[in-house]
Design a protein. Sequence first.
Length: 421
Amino acid sequence: MPRSKATQYVDNDKLSTFEPNQLTEEIRRLRQMEKLILRKKLAMEMKLQNVLADRDMYKRKFLEAQTKLEQLNLNPLPVAVVEKLITEDENRAVVRLISGQMFVCHYDPNLAIHEGDNVALHQRSMSIMEVLPSFIDPNVVAMELMTLPDTTYEEIGGLSQEIMEMREVIELSLSQPEVFKEFNISPPRGVLLYGPPGTGKTLLAKATANGAQAKFLKLAAPELVQKFIGEGARLVREIFKKARDEKGPVIVFVDEIDAIAAHRTAENQSGEREVNRTLMQLLAEMDGFENNDNIRLIAATNRIDILDPAILRPGRFDRIIELPLPNEASRQAIFKIHLKKTPKYGIHLEELAQRSDELSGADIKAVCMEASMIALRDHLNNTKKARKRVLQKDLLKAIENFKTKRKIQSNPPTQSVGLYA
Ligand SMILES: Nc1ncnc2c1ncn2[C@@H]1O[C@H](COP(=O)(O)OP(=O)(O)O)[C@@H](O)[C@H]1O
Ligand SMILES: [Mg+2]
């Protein structure tokens, strides 16, 4: 039998023959050896630790590779949009693939499926496997817009009648709902503002939110159909949900509502269907307002003539308010507002108002800016006669420029050399 390692170093037979001093020597030797062994043991333990750590790492890498491999082996699931739910008989739905192909497929009744949702289908049976999350995050769209606007009624020239109506319907109903209840008036849902571009629809909506101390959530209807293709209805639904979750009052402003609420035409193009679905969702949300005291809708359009009668029906909007081009008195007020902070001298607002017929509020704002530019240019060019103010002539010149530009835009000079001339 081979000798074990321990007996290699200590030989009992030999020990008995040692002289005392030899014995102390032997003990020292053994102590040193013991130290050496301990050190070696420690080193080995450290090595073991490292090896174990390496093993764990490789195990993890292996698992990662395995999952990746599994993913690579999985069949892709086609994505489709739910066109229509057929709920009467068992749970089936009409879905449309991106390619335009439509299928009737089954779905698990436990899945919460809505029309307009993105879904993943089983490759062979085409049944709905899962409802995909929205491709856009409504939080991102809505969060930054959920603010209290700082625009006030003082920044609006003219429109005093319109402002009064807005305060009545929106501000008052939010701040004193009990008065409405007392008089048996159901809380208003919203107001539609219509009129030419630049007449202050957005401005008035913001000022109303400010007056009512309400958060302002703007939805640009054209974006709903162009930018968030296939997501319009879902986005409307989720944004109103966000508004409902707010504690305080919220004003949802749907700008250029005609983009989704134009008169409905034949439903054969998918683009049309998309628009209709978004509109239907909006109407459904409005109908649901009755149970909520805190949300008001303000919609705006330049094209009331093409709006779907469904949205103009009584019971949808409480008021339909026109914002016309400003009359002379209003124009004067608007000039005053937009020149308030401008350094100026010798300005006759009456004359400006007389000369600026057909101009909208936005046009007048642009004219004031232009007049400042004319004055600035003059100031920089005339080094001797530097002036630091906007004068009446600058404003008249700016009005004139504006009118000429508009005339050119509406009657562009005809090209004499045409391709087919
Ligand atoms: N009645 C008005 N009084 C003062 N400024 C106005 C008025 N109407 C328009 N403006 C100016 O024109 C800008 C654009 O108006 P906006 O409200 O966006 O018009 P709309 O939404 O009707 O197209 C406003 O920010 C404001 O500076
Ligand atoms: Mg606007």
